[in-house]
Design a protein around this ligand. Sequence first.
Ligand SMILES: Cc1cc2nc3c(=O)[nH]c(=O)nc-3n(C[C@H](O)[C@H](O)[C@H](O)COP(=O)(O)OP(=O)(O)OC[C@H]3O[C@@H](n4cnc5c(N)ncnc54)[C@H](O)[C@@H]3O)c2cc1C
Length: 386
Amino acid sequence: MFDYLIVGAGFAGSVMAERLASQMDASVLLIDRRPHIGGNAYDFYNEAGILVHRYGPHIFHTNSKRVFDYLTRFTAWRPYEHRVQASVDGQLVPIPINLDTLNKLYGLNMTCRQVEDFLTSVAEPRSPIMTSEDVVVSRVGRELYEKFFRNYTRKQWGLDPSELDASVTLRVPVRTSRDDRYFTDQYQAMPLHGYTRMFERMLDHPNIRIMLNTEFRDVREEVSFTNVIFTGKIDEYFDYCLGKLPYRSLRFEHQTHNSKRFQPAAVVNYPNEHAYTRVTEFKYLTGQQHASTSVVFEYPCSEGDPYYPIPQPQNAELYRQYKTMAEFTPNVHFAGRLGTYKYYNMDQVVAQALKLYQTITERADHPLLLTDRAVDQEEMRDRSAA
Ligand SMILES: Cc1cc2nc3c(=O)[nH]c(=O)nc-3n(C[C@H](O)[C@H](O)[C@H](O)COP(=O)(O)OP(=O)(O)OC[C@H]3O[C@@H](n4cnc5c(N)ncnc54)[C@H](O)[C@@H]3O)c2cc1C
């Protein structure tokens, strides 16, 4: 009999397993249908001996000291600030759009102040801001929207930005300075020996048993357990009884080249040409020295592994209905990107799991019998107290 059956060995499931085993002395069975731990953050040395990320580039960045300190127990870090270029009008320019992007694109020599004035002059005010198109056009105008955002978004999501929630492009900043970093978070680093090594250390505990290549449905009747932490798709847990929550997927094409460098930046985005959206060269991320180099091309598609919850009002509503069912399912908690149908970065998933763990342990009456409704109520109390 296990205290907890945890479904999914990505960040959400692994943090929960580590906390429950090491802090509550709970016995944990951690399963994953994939042949490895680490979820989408899984990395491995390929046949050429180069460390690559199987499911596309994963760059760690956070403003949460708590999350960073927590992960630091399991890994040393390599400082890394991510930089991306976009192929636009036949040249490579920095993205997010900044002073140098605009000067290079238009052959100008503007100052920060002039760029501010330029952006104000091309921006098309929109009110209310409802869609991704509204967000971008109201900040940088139609021409830059067309050059950098429109087609990229259409490839990535299979939808026009006018059909997508504002939240999708709100994540992309526009700068009038020369700061060409992709992220500006306080902590930006890569696990020194890779993500998988970090997960191995996290899960190295006698109370944690790991079963890979294992489906939840195959063990739910076979194994006895008291509680479930489910980090797979919430609609799958309920046998899609209300319908399927849609996801956007990706096809990854990995290549190794017999040269030291493939491209001039860690990631090059292709907003307008090609079926792929971007190409990542892993050695920039990992700092590995090697005579060859490995890259991955990302082709967005609708079929395949579920990667991106599609942010549209009807999907949010369907998720809300599943969440209500979850709230009345005792002893089962839903966590992570798939369990809560939200586009979360790794640090956000870690924060969510630490919060769930804290709520479970703080329940004075009976921590092993807690519904997600109780977790939500506690979160609401925390928020109103803050
Ligand atoms: C292409 C791409 C790039 C990304 N880049 C970044 C980045 O640069 N920085 C960043 O912070 N975040 C990035 N992310 C987000 C990051 O991948 C997620 O935040 C994180 O992996 C979510 O962890 P998770 O545990 O919620 O889900 P996952 O990592 O998806 O883990 C869930 C696990 O559950 C397993 N599972 C599901 N259902 C079942 C079942 N029924 N039975 C058994 N096992 C099951 C799955 O096999 C999976 O391994 C990126 C995501 C993608 C797709």
